[in-house]
Design a protein around this ligand. Structure first.
Ligand SMILES: [Zn+2]
Ligand SMILES: [Zn+2]
Length: 150
């Protein structure tokens, strides 16, 4: 998937009359390098780079990045919000066991649906929730072991 460059992020901040502070840049970097993390995990990574950064700052900055349209927030079938840089339309394969997230192209024709009552689609999000091949194999072998013990 294609994502925005750092230069265009800088411009977006300027346009919104906001400064791209070191903290904001740090969080942008973390989200761009580690897509699909929740706020707690992002905070842990931010702490490693800047031990003085506060949790409230991290949450506030993530909200700001979302408000400016730089970051997308999705729930990925869990209670936590996950963050990623705004990207071309794509769908997520979310594993219920290990929480891994894979990106796949969106199903063809999703935007070409004709019965939208004049609704102007700007973005599509699609989460497919299930089990990744690794976890599926583990579940199968666990089931076999249980059968043997029965
Ligand atoms: Zn898995
Ligand atoms: Zn994604």
């Amino acid at each position: 998937v294609k994502r925005e460059s750092r230069a265009s992020i800088r411009k977006r901040f300027q346009k919104a009359g906001k400064r791209l502070t070191a903290e904001r840049e740090l969080l942008f970097d973390i989200v761009s390098r580690h897509p699909h993390l929740d706020a707690t995990a992002i905070y842990q990574l931010a702490l490693k780079a800047d031990p003085k950064i506060g949790q409230a700052t991290v949450y506030r900055t993530l909200n700001l990045l979302a408000e400016l349209g730089i970051v997308d927030v999705s729930n990925l079938g869990e209670a936590h919000a996950h963050y990623e840089l705004r990207a071309d339309d794509h769908a997520h394969l979310v594993c219920l066991d290990c929480g891994s997230v894979r990106e796949i192209p969106p199903p063809r024709g999703l935007r070409a649906l004709d019965d939208l009552d004049g609704f102007d689609v700007r973005q599509t999000t699609l989460e497919l929730v299930g089990y990744c091949p690794k976890c599926l194999a583990k579940r199968r072998s666990d089931a076999t072991t249980q059968d043997e013990n029965a």
